[in-house]
Design a binder for this molecule. Structure first.
Ligand code: HEM
Length: 506
């Protein structure tokens, strides 16, 4: 079977027609999203429902149907993803279920795994989640819908809620299971920073020559990944795909002809509902800024405490609120650099004077500097673990300029945060590695007692942010838990042919 991506480094349209669109695109032109978390109570009805939505699924087909012609971007998008227990509820056999990788089988909400790997303990423990944890209805499916306008989204959601009602309870929303999100034109997330800038492209979609494009197999199953390997599985005993809709497994460990490749053209989707304490974030930074001023620390050029708080917040994130990376613009935000992503750390900022080692973006993607590795090795490692982020926000983003004005920082009762969504081919090697070993690790990159100030799990113990200064370093007081995990799951985003097979298993 041809596992290459074609002569020009692009996947052929027939392959793209099999891939769900959300595996290759976050639908930047469709900024209104809803995530419907669903539970199954009746395999037959659930398969009928899945079968019914198959024609509506958005594929990854190119948006320019005629070469050289105009782009025809979809005006709405629908995709479906399934948890491990959901696959079981649909009727997938045990022999197929156990070909999935361990992280996906155990699931995000398995309390021991969540505590050990993700740091989800205390208020963020799965037992306290609104959905996806052990104390709530099991989440089996997620329907992801995207639209160009709030009205378009309302219509799409109403259509799907009606379809669910028609199943007579075979597939239903879990409590709190209808989550709405949006993305702003300026990309701002609730703490007030431009998000959605750094995004790995993949060979096959952008072409071999696209700068920095990573191997297709880092994100889409069935293709060689960063290490030249094709992920082994998931597989289906050939008899369970009697019509032969899926390709035969190319895995040398599976007897030829006996297994079909259930994973090819699929991906894994990580969903986390992260509530952000916006008031707590800026109160902490203002208090730290006041403490710095009292100690005569920090850049002398900054006129007042709010300006110093914004400077410190940028050190937490690694970019200015407007998006400019600290490595390229260390002293002030610069709108001209808002979306720049062409920077490295080793030569430009080896001591972390501009972008601290503990900053969110320096942990999430350490680029060419992971101590004690050489730049080339570091870059190679960073690339192997990258994820595509394709989520949205809920609530109202804070405008950091408001620190200069009077009044309370955040309207009371405003609940805001991220629908954090990551796409990757290997949950353990990509999303979990970043969360566990880079964000939650208090000793990452030679630090001491310092986890990611915005995205570490809440079980990491006391953590202080360390900000290198011209002389010495500023160590903050313990950073409070600023983000609370409130619901989530690991999903398989099947190819369209795989979804068709899942809709017909008996
Ligand atoms: C509420 C929690 C979070 C907030 C407020 C947040 C915010 C941000 C912001 C503002 C950026 C910079 C803009 C950009 O490059 O797109 C960023 C980058 C990034 N974040 Fe987060 N994030 C959060 C959680 C997470 C989590 C849980 C992960 C993964 C485990 C993650 C992974 C990343 C990655 C990979 C980047 C790109 C880094 C780069 O390539 O330079 N973030 N985030």
């Amino acid at each position: 079977m041809d596992r290459s991506v074609g002569r020009e480094g692009r996947l052929p349209e027939v392959a793209k027609a099999e891939i769900q669109g959300f595996a290759t695109s976050g639908y930047g032109h469709l900024p209104h999203a809803a995530y419907l978390f669903l539970t199954i109570d009746g395999a037959r009805g659930a398969r009928r429902w899945l079968s019914g939505i198959l024609p509506e699924l958005t594929s990854a087909r190119g948006w320019r149907p005629d070469p050289g012609g105009p782009k025809r971007r979809p005006s709405e998008a629908v995709n479906v993803a399934i948890t491990h227990s959901g696959l079981g509820e649909l009727g997938l056999s045990r022999s197929a279920l156990c070909t999935f990788p361990r992280a996906f089988c155990e699931g995000m909400g398995e309390p021991a795994r969540a505590a050990r790997v993700l740091g989800d303990v205390g208020a963020s423990a799965p037992e306290a989640w609104h959905f996806g944890g052990p104390s709530t209805d099991p989440v089996h499916l997620c329907l992801l819908v995207h639209a160009a306008s709030p009205e378009g989204l309302d219509g799409l959601v109403a259509h799907h809620v009606e379809r669910l009602a028609a199943t007579g309870g075979s597939v239903a929303l879990v409590p709190d299971g209808l989550q709405r999100g949006h993305r702003r034109p300026d990309g701002r997330e609730p703490f007030g920073f431009r998000d959605g800038i750094a995004q790995p492209q993949m060979v096959g979609i952008r072409g071999e020559g696209a700068p920095g494009a990573l191997p297709t197999g880092n994100f889409i199953l069935g293709y060689p990944d960063h290490y030249g390997q094709i992920a082994p599985g998931p597989m289906l005993p050939a008899g369970e795909d009697a019509e032969g809709r899926l390709p035969l497994s190319a895995n040398p460990h599976h007897p030829h002809g006996k297994w079909r490749d259930l994973g090819r053209h699929g991906s894994y989707l990580v969903y986390r509902r992260l509530e952000q304490d916006v008031r707590g974030f800026w109160h902490f930074l203002l208090a730290e800024a006041a403490r710095m001023r009292g100690a005569g620390a920090g850049p002398a050029a900054l006129p007042d405490t709010p300006a110093l708080a914004r400077w410190l917040a940028a050190k937490f994130m690694g970019r200015w609120p407007g998006g400019a990376p600290l490595v390229l613009s260390p002293d002030a935000d610069d709108p001209g650099l808002a979306t720049r992503d062409d920077f490295l750390f080793h030569d430009a900022d080896a001591e972390g004077r501009h972008c601290p080692f503990g900053a969110h973006i320096r942990r999430a993607n350490p680029r060419d500097m992971i101590r004690p590795c050489a730049p080339e090795q570091s870059m190679n490692m960073s690339q192997a673990h990258r994820i595509r982020r394709q989520g949205s926000i809920f609530g109202t983003p804070f405008d950091p300029a408001r620190l200069d004005g009077p009044g309370d920082l955040v309207p009371a009762g405003d609940v805001s945060g991220l629908h954090f969504i990551a796409l990757n081919a290997d949950i353990e090697r990509q999303f979990e590695l970043i969360q566990q070993h880079w964000m939650n690790n208090p000793g990452f990159n030679g630090l001491r007692g310092s986890a990611d100030p915005v995205a570490a799990g809440s079980g990491m113990g006391e953590s202080r942010m360390e900000v290198p200064l011209a002389r010495g370093a500023w160590r903050t007081r313990p950073v409070p838990a600023l983000v609370q995990m409130t619901g989530g799951a690991y999903f398989f985003l099947p190819s369209i042919p795989a979804a068709r097979v899942l809709a017909s298993v008996e």
